[in-house]
Design a protein around this ligand. Structure first.
Ligand SMILES: O=C(CO)[C@H](O)[C@H](O)COP(=O)(O)O
Length: 216
């Protein structure tokens, strides 16, 4: 599964009307639903956990992509998969035993991704790139939606692409943070396969139309 996938982030949805927003995404051209889980320890913010994940599982008809911004993710990855996650991504910076967690996710039947913060170099992925299904490049410091895109991400996409090709890996490249209608097509051209967009989608007057335009 490659090319121009859009994953709206539910972090920017209206939690008082979560079912309505998920149904809008089901009906839209969104490819994946991106779920941001924050623990107040790895990042300076707390988002939500399993009760909200349960609602997402009940209503989502698309591929559910869970981004864990938490310490000790190995304690929770299996429960997220039981709650409907099709893909679980864990931070390089949060894993003492990254190889073990990646295989724990895959052995439970889900795809596994590794996430890099903006200041973490791509070259650190050399010994894990053949094992992962996705590399998520953070283009903002994780913890909050609606931040400004960090331009260094274009260079990191190109380095990730070289690493993937050099290792015959099939990993997808996902970019998350500050993605909008002004930078989406340049990001796809640079080699991104999946773009996460929260604020750009949910703050727009017509979220379904914005999702459509992000793919152009
Ligand atoms: O992981 C995240 C924050 O840590 C969000 O997914 C990301 O910031 C998307 O939000 P926006 O598109 O509003 O920047």
């Amino acid at each position: 599964m490659k090319n121009k996938l859009i994953a709206p982030s539910l972090l920017s949805a209206d939690f008082g009307n979560l079912q309505r927003d998920i149904e809008m995404l089901n009906h839209s051209q969104a490819d994946w639903l991106h779920v941001d889980v924050m623990d107040g320890r790895f990042v300076p913010n707390i988002s939500f956990g399993f009760p909200v994940m349960k609602t997402i599982q009940q209503h989502a008809k698309k591929f559910v992509d869970v981004h864990l911004m938490i310490v000790e993710p190995e304690k929770y990855v299996e429960e997220f998969i039981e709650h409907g996650a099709d893909l679980v991504s864990v931070h390089y910076e949060a894993c003492t035993h990254l190889h073990r967690v990646i295989h724990q996710i895959q052995n439970k039947g889900a795809k596994a991704g590794v996430v890099l913060n903006p200041a973490t170099p791509v070259l650190l992925l050399e010994d894990i790139i053949s094992d992962v299904d996705l590399v998520l490049l953070m283009s903002v410091n994780p913890g909050f939606g609606g931040q400004k895109f960090i331009d260094n991400t274009y260079k990191k996409i190109s380095e990730t692409k070289d690493l993937i090709l050099g290792n015959n890996s099939t990993a997808l490249i996902q970019v998350d943070g500050g993605v909008n209608l002004d930078n989406a097509s340049r990001l796809f051209d640079a080699g991104a396969d999946v773009l996460v967009a929260g604020n750009a989608v949910f703050s727009s007057e017509n979220p379904e139309k914005t999702i459509e335009l992000l793919k152009i």
